[in-house]
Design a protein around this ligand. Structure first.
Ligand code: IPM
Ligand code: MG
Length: 368
């Protein structure tokens, strides 16, 4: 049997730096756990634009469709701010999500004990936090038509459309209920049914799916603005949160920061199963390209490494190996390993990106 295949799209900014550490981790699993992958690499985002004039070529898109999983770093940067909207780095990422039909975006926000002091919230509010945001990723206002900027009565008007079909709501709701069933059987769905018809439909469909097939799950509904407030007031009331594309974008940044740093949060974007039974999948850290620190070896590689752990779990059925990798990260954090994002200005010298990779690899060695 051939090895499972991975396409690495490191992208822009700190993407290549953090992905270099992931590559070392992938090699470690091949060398030590009999888990070899066929790894190929290509360009996405600004670097793809620089070379090809487009943030994602058709060839790269075809490769992404053909592999077992895509690992993505980050896209974007100030260098590309003035580009036409249609070729901005972000369009490459959105095309991957849309054409691979990655409708369920899993964003876990977990507070590592060793970092609870570092959150901007009080320690007892975040210690032990473990929530999972399930964000719809292929529809809603990100993709709805009509959209654009046009003239009306000599004035520019900007338009985007929030649009959801019941099938789109139902499939992501099922993904979230299935996850809730494996966790604490609690799901909170967030929308704005008080002001948006699409929110009313969202609430109706989630309720119908619940009544039909998931009555063992405790379902609640919340307006998304209240959800944002509750996330910083008492985040541990939540387990799985289900929400749409735009609210999910915002709520997941908020939830991520509860844990101390955006540099810690991975994500998985999953679609329908392929012929081999594995879901279409892309794994990426929630943090962006962080142009302010790019190229300096300061970035925290943990979010990207944890994204590979999610790949082990969700694409390759290697839950025990994912546990091993997550435990190695927990261990180095407990031992005090810190990149700059996890330290205050007076806390001493931070580890570089590579040094953080080194200590995680050492912890993996020690786990054998
Ligand atoms: C995210 C990012 C993206 C989004 C950008 C880079 C297009 O913020 O993955 O959360 O808005 O979805
Ligand atoms: Mg975002």
């Amino acid at each position: 049997m051939s090895n499972p295949s991975l396409l690495i799209l490191a992208g822009d900014g700190i993407g290549p730096e953090v992905m270099d550490e992931v590559k070392r981790i992938i090699t470690w699993f091949g060398d030590n756990r009999d888990l070899a992958f066929d790894v190929s690499e290509d360009l996405v985002g600004g670097v793809a634009y620089d070379k090809h004039g487009t943030p994602l070529t058709d060839e790269t898109m075809a490769k992404a469709q053909a592999v077992d999983a895509v690992l993505l770093g980050a896209v974007g940067g100030p260098k590309y701010d003035a580009l036409d909207f249609s070729v901005k780095p972000e369009r490459g990422l959105l095309r991957l999500r849309k054409e691979m039909d990655l409708f369920a975006n899993l964003r876990p926000a977990q507070c590592f004990d060793a970092l609870a002091d570092f959150s901007s919230l009080k320690k007892d509010i975040v210690a032990g936090l473990d929530i999972m945001i399930v964000r719809e990723l292929t529809s809603g206002v990100y993709f709805g038509e009509p959209r654009g900027i046009h003239m009306e009565n000599n004035m520019r008007v900007g338009i985007n459309t929030q649009r959801y079909t019941e099938a789109e709501i139902e499939r992501v709701a099922r993904a979230a209920f299935d996850l809730a069933r494996k966790r604490s059987k609690k799901l909170c769905s967030m929308e704005k049914a008080n002001v948006m018809e699409s929110g009313i439909l969202w609430r109706d469909v989630v309720t119908e799916v619940h009544e039909a097939d998931y009555q063992d799950i405790a379902l609640s509904h919340m307006y998304a603005d209240n959800g944002a407030m509750q996330l910083v007031r008492a985040p541990k009331q939540f387990d799985v949160i289900l929400t749409d594309n735009l609210f999910g974008d915002i709520l997941s940044d908020c939830a991520a920061m509860l844990t101390g740093s955006l540099g810690m949060l991975p994500s998985a974007s999953l679609g329908v199963p392929m012929a081999n039974g594995r879901p279409k999948a892309m794994y990426e850290p929630v943090h962006g390209s962080a142009p302010d620190i790019a190229g300096q070896g300061k970035a925290n590689p943990i979010a990207c490494i944890l994204s590979f752990a999610m790949a082990l779990r969700y694409s390759f059925d290697q839950g025990a190996e994912a546990d091993r990798l997550e435990a190695a990260i927990e261990k180095v954090l407990a031992d005090g390993a810190r990149t700059a994002d996890l330290m205050g200005p007076e806390d001493g010298t931070p580890l570089s990106t590579v040094q953080m990779g080194d200590v995680i690899l050492a912890a993996l060695d020690a786990s054998l």
